[in-house]
Design a protein around this ligand. Sequence first.
Ligand code: G3P
Ligand code: CA
Length: 242
Amino acid sequence: MEIYAHRGFSGKYPENTMLAFQKAYDVGVDGIELDVQMTKDGEIVVIHDERIDRTTNGIGYVKDFLYKQLRLFDAGSWFHDCFARQRIPALREVLEWVQNVDKKIMINIELKNNVIDYPHLEEKLLKMIEQFQLEKQVILSSFNIRSMGKVRQLHPTIHIGTLFAGVNESAIQSTKLVNAQAIHGDLSFVLSSEGKEAATQGMKLRVYTVNDAKVVPLLRNAKVSALMTDFPNELMAERCET
Ligand code: G3P
Ligand code: CA
């Protein structure tokens, strides 16, 4: 089973920062999950919320700032004073880092466009992924199924994971509709009959967010191919055990 660091090594470092990504890489993860929003001037940036209030010392919507303004905020002190130098990364910065590290890792980019529909986010993302030649190392996911359909129209093969919260009876149908390769679901979904059916039909199953190693045997039994965790250091130890 593959281990993905959810928002980087977010259990120990401020989520969605370069530090959290580097630390996840250092413990040997197979992949990193991160979230993207878009600034006023169209820069794709790595941050979970539509607003910057929770994870920076600023206030307001990402969409209302220029990228150079966003970079001034401290994206680490909310987690601990010692991380005050962390900034909101631009996605291009992360992709450049992925391109340059020794070990190939996967990057799961979650488009956070289910609340704000960022104009041309899909086109911009695909163009950037192509620029960095990372088509084989990227998974795009979103709760916004229409957006995933748009990605598929724009790119015939890029790996897509449709995202669902809880058990959703239309998950398989929606996933087929957008020709996605995977379903990203929570524990209740992957252990449900829908989850089992998706795996039987050849869809990859990835589960979020698992921080308890005790559930790993259940996940293995449910044919889950990857788990996303805030504590990749702890879950890495479980992945090879039978
Ligand atoms: O991509 C899976 C998971 O990250 C979705 O939930 O809120 O942590 O982005 P959230
Ligand atoms: Ca996410």
